[in-house]
Write a protein that binds this ligand. Structure first.
Ligand code: PEP
Ligand code: MG
Length: 589
């Protein structure tokens, strides 16, 4: 962990009361540090006190920023062409009204004067208040106006940025724990540029993409704490136990010492695992197992190489599209894919085509629809946007001549979606042929099995595709009908549910029989508690976050397949969850 020991201490005799909150641990390990409250990464701002003699200057800085944004909005309004839809002008007008309303232009000024907050802090405090008020409104249209408030605040924050005094640097961040009500996957990506010690959020399910990105940051994280953002104060001392999902606020000295010892112990274990980096993953009885890595961006490659992965089993390419106003063009995508392919030096790199929609949306995307997880997401979205899809396919194909790239299609349910995808790929290939551009002519095309319909009607998938990858995160979501991002139903998210296990087992068995490679690339692949079960069900390819890979390898090395196969079959037949858990404990003993 990055905490610097000497800096962490319990506050003196006036320390606030200690208390504990429970949520769902999503990234293992223990972090000890000071609370840093944030609204969202986009609105992440420094919080600091202004000296009494600098208050006037700070108020002026705030007023200048408001004036600057007013000018910006007026200019934008003037530049709207007469032919543009009337809503555009009206929208800018609403933003100007919000900006000039006393609740945004006056109240933060008072906060700076009376409480000596810096301008950004004062502004975001007031924004949180206004957003909470909007959320109470019953009328859906008016309620959505909170987004306009946030957008206006973003503009002012941007204007303040140039004149900001930011007292935090990387060494300070290393002692900070981010406390947020909710964070989007896009927000989480922005945190990749920081070095915080841990994350805790009030909302979120354990396999939400926010949790997945938190896991890829390899720092302890907890979601679903419900009240952390409201109860924790800036700079309070926190312990994040990412394994058990426990947040301890203002721990006493004894608890702090105990957790420091546990953290050090975990560090030692992690260091020891590094010795397995180049050991082949083979069971005791000599069966080889492929351990691949999941990545979100090319910058994750260093962790992949460090982990000794046999390849990349899932490159979630849609993360290249987040946190930006425009779409990445063909050349930009090509460079990203090529970099990954070349870095892996001939090892397989499985690029999943865009899985946009649901909790990962881009500004130009379609309206989310009433139920985004079941809406125009992933391959459905790509087939509805043929130009965008073609651009990505051409970029992937071009990169395929620089390494061992495989194409993976998300969210397939229908045979005609496979056919349509093949047509799109053929079209991309033909356009490259016309231009004389090289690509891997025998590029492998695989499909994700993450909708129960695909697992149940697997024949067509096995026949038409070169390989399969089971996305257990969505497979569980859709089998059990629970939104993976919604912590209100996260207690129902059960990877051991008999229906889930049957779908997973059936997919592995059918693919193995047909001689088609099959992997699991959902979070189950990196979960030590089910490694033996999956091995026993016949799985020989796992893809997970690089941080989990060596622990899974250790479990593979300690497994004798003849011992686990019959128990795995009994688990499958158990049919009730208590019996399943009992047998699983035996399997893992
Ligand atoms: C899955 O659904 O299991 C999967 C790997 O894809 P994602 O988590 O990106 O939806
Ligand atoms: Mg999925």
């Amino acid at each position: 962990m990055t905490n610097s020991e000497t800096d962490i201490h319990v506050a003196g005799s006036h320390a606030s009361a200690s208390f504990t909150l429970h949520g769902a641990g999503v990234s293992d390990g223990i972090a000890i540090g000071y609370a840093h409250l944030v609204s969202s990464a986009r609105l992440e701002v420094a919080h600091y006190d202004i000296a009494a003699d600098s208050v006037d200057a700070e108020v002026l800085r705030f007023e200048n920023a408001i004036g600057h944004v007013r000018g910006e909005l007026l200019q934008l309004e003037a530049s709207v062409p007469a032919s543009a839809p009337a809503e555009i002008g009206a929208f800018l007008n609403v933003h100007r009204m919000i900006l000039d309303d006393a609740s945004l232009s006056q109240v933060p000024r008072n906060l700076i004067r009376n409480r000596h907050c810096n301008a950004e802090w004062a502004l975001t405090q007031q924004m949180d208040m206004l957003v909470a008020q909007f959320e109470e409104i019953e009328d859906a249209y008016l309620r959505e106006r909170k987004n306009d408030v946030v957008q206006v605040v973003e503009r002012v924050l941007k204007a303040l940025l140039g004149s900001a005094h930011v007292p935090t640097g990387p060494s300070h961040e290393a002692n900070m724990i981010v406390v947020a009500h909710d964070l989007s996957p896009a927000d989480m990506m922005l945190f990749k540029q920081h070095q915080f010690a841990g994350f805790v959020t009030d909302l979120g399910g354990i396999t939400s993409h926010t949790a997945i990105v938190a896991r890829s940051l390899n720092i302890p994280a907890i979601v679903g704490l419900h009240h952390a953002r409201g109860l924790v104060h800036e700079n309070e001392l926190l312990i994040v136990d990412g394994r058990d999902g426990v947040l301890i606020v203002n721990p006493d000295q004894q608890v702090l010492t105990e957790y420091k010892l546990r953290r050090d112990q975990l560090d030692i274990e992690r260091q020891k695992l590094k010795r397995l980096r180049s050991t082949p993953a083979r069971t005791i009885d000599g069966e080889s197992v492929e351990l691949h890595a999941n990545i979100e961006l090319p910058q994750d490659i260093d962790d992949v190489l460090e982990s000794g992965a046999n390849g990349i089993g899932l490159f979630r390419s849609e993360f290249l599209f987040l946190n930006r106003a425009d779409l990445p063009g063909e050349d930009e995508q090509f460079e990203a894919y090529r970099l990954v392919a070349q870095s892996m030096q001939g090892k397989p790199v499985t690029i999943r085509t865009l899985d946009l929609g649901a909790d990962k949306s881009i500004e130009s995307s379609h309206e989310a629809g009433p139920n985004p997880a079941m809406g125009l997401r992933a391959i459905r979205y790509c087939l509805a946007e043929p130009l965008m899809f073609l651009t990505q396919l051409r970029a992937i194909l071009r990169a395929s001549s620089y390494g061992n790239i495989r194409l993976l299609i998300p969210m397939l349910a229908h045979a005609h979606e496979i056919e349509q995808t093949f047509v799109a790929i053929a079209q991309a290939k033909a356009s490259l042929d016309e231009e004389g551009v090289a690509y891997d002519r025998s590029i492998q095309i695989g499909g994700m099995v993450e909708i129960p319909a695909a697992a149940l009607a697997l024949g067509v998938f096995v026949r038409k595709l070169d390989f399969l990858s089971i996305g257990t995160n969505d497979l569980i979501q859709y089998t059990l009908a629970i939104d993976r991002t919604d912590d209100a139903v996260s207690h129902l998210y059960d990877q051991l549910h008999p229906a889930v296990l049957h779908l997973v087992a059936h997919t592995i068995r059918s693919a193995n029989r047909a001689g088609k490679p099959v992997a699991v690339c959902g979070e189950m692949a990196g979960d030590l508690s089910v490694t033996r079960l999956l091995l026993g069900l016949g799985l020989r390819q796992f893809s997970m976050h690089p941080a989990q890979l060596l622990a899974i390898k250790q479990q593979v090395l300690r497994t004798n397949l003849p011992d686990v196969t019959s128990l795995a079959t009994r688990i499958l037949r158990a049919g009730n969850v208590d019996k399943t858990r009992q047998l699983l404990a035996k399997l893992n003993a």
